[in-house]
Write a protein that binds this ligand. Structure first.
Ligand SMILES: *Cc1c(COP(=O)(O)O)cnc(C)c1O
Length: 383
């Protein structure tokens, strides 16, 4: 059997929505994009949602909105995708790498305050695999030290913290609709906020720094006149992407059930294994199950995590690793000051984590093939 790490979940309604757009005479940002923004804002209980071309663009716009400056510092977890750090560098500001919790892989809230200096402007918590970070603690640290919270929620729709949807808590929350994410538009992102000024700034900057609803100038409602008030960006979403987004949003909760069902089956299969630790989800929150990350008990195995992945690959099972700690990458190693001793949990987790396939179209036979394979490799390599 060949099992990919991800297979996109595109149904007839996704195709119909996109075809409808293609036939409509309007391809770029327009009515479907506005519709998608409004529906998404409702879902995450945010007064404002600003769509854009990617999750990375959403984070960039968020940092523009809070007026991040050259020389400022932003605390981010060491275990994340480079997008979280690169957006800080766009400003010539400095990402400060903080350690994670070994159980949740989220930023360790007990290890943040030691990194706060006079230059610290914001924290970007990353909700790893879809599990919300400790938001009460983060919001308290931010309030006490006058910092902004910009959430990297690329993995995190739909997810809930103490019954509150992610998107309704921090100053700005950035979502991703990249092909493999829980809502997939191919590419796309959204910045949710309750701050109207932030929303206005992000809307203006995502389309060349043109003031106010510029897309309307091409429609019957608009006029030819517009004003450029900033050197902005070409970061808008298109109606083709939004059409897919609308269809995906319609089935987001069904898809969540499917992911949860896969996670439940993996959890049951691995429950008694001394070689595998299943994902730890705190009781007061709900994960999107974007990723299913196991930790190998490498001390009890003759093989390393990398060899384990190779053996799965030989069986036809593709996996991934989320993430390589930022400080292992040449760019961060050489350009971003950090103390390796401060990042021990991140290194510890990296030695043992594997992301197993968890995509909505997975069949029961595929799920069973994956967990049986994992358990067999454990048995064959037990110390
Ligand atoms: C996917 C991802 C992003 C970037 O999202 P894009 O839409 O691809 O720009 C940012 N942060 C994390 C943690 C991600 O996994």
């Amino acid at each position: 059997m060949e099992i990919p790490f991800h297979r996109s979940y595109t149904l007839q309604d996704d195709i119909d929505q996109v075809v409808d757009t293609l036939k409509s005479g309007w391809l770029t940002m327009g009515p479907k994009t506005m519709d998608f923004e409004n529906r998404f804002a409702d879902d995450v209980k945010a007064p404002f949602a600003v769509s854009c071309s990617s999750g990375t663009a959403a984070m960039h716009l968020a940092l523009k909105a809070i007026n991040l400056q050259d020389g400022d510092e932003v605390i981010i977890p060491d275990m994340t995708f480079t997008a979280t750090g690169e957006v800080v560098r766009y400003f010539n500001a400095m990402p400060v790498l903080a350690d994670i919790n070994q159980d949740t892989f989220n930023i360790d809230v007990n290890n943040i305050e030691k990194h706060i200096t006079k230059k610290t402007k914001a924290i970007i918590p990353v909700h790893m695999a879809g599990q919300p970070c400790d938001m009460d603690e983060l919001m308290a640290i931010a309030a006490k030290n006058n910092l902004k919270i910009i959430e990297d929620a690329a993995h995190c729709f739909p997810s809930f913290y103490k019954s509150r949807p992610i998107g309704s808590i921090g100053d700005i929350t950035a979502f991703s609709f990249y092909a493999t994410k829980t809502i997939a538009c191919g590419e796309g992102g959204m910045a949710a906020t309750e701050n109207e000024e932030y929303a206005k700034t992000m809307k203006m900057l995502r389309l060349h720094g043109i003031s106010k609803d510029a897309w309307k100038r091409y429609s019957n409602e608009g006029s030819w006149f517009y004003e450029v008030v900033e050197a902005g960006y070409k970061y808008n979403m298109t109606d083709i992407q939004a059409a897919l987004g609308l269809a995906q949003l319609n089935k987001a909760y069904d898809v969540w059930e499917k992911r949860k069902n896969i996670a439940d089956k993996y959890n049951a299969a691995f429950a008694k294994s001394e070689f595998i630790e299943t994902p730890f989800v705190k009781e007061d929150r709900k994960t999107s199950w974007h990723l299913y990350i196991i930790k190998l008990n490498v001390e009890k195995l003759f093989i390393s995590r990398n060899e384990f992945i190779e053996q799965l690959k030989k069986m036809g099972v593709s996996t991934s690793v989320h993430f390589i700690p930022l400080h292992y990458h040449p760019y961060y190693k050489n350009n971003i000051p950090h103390k390796v001793d401060d990042l021990k949990n991140s290194e510890w987790v990296f030695e043992r984590n594997i992301s197993l396939p968890i995509f909505p179209g997975m069949t029961d036979a595929e799920i069973e093939y994956v967990y049986s394979g994992v358990l067999n490799i454990c048995q064959q390599n037990a110390q």
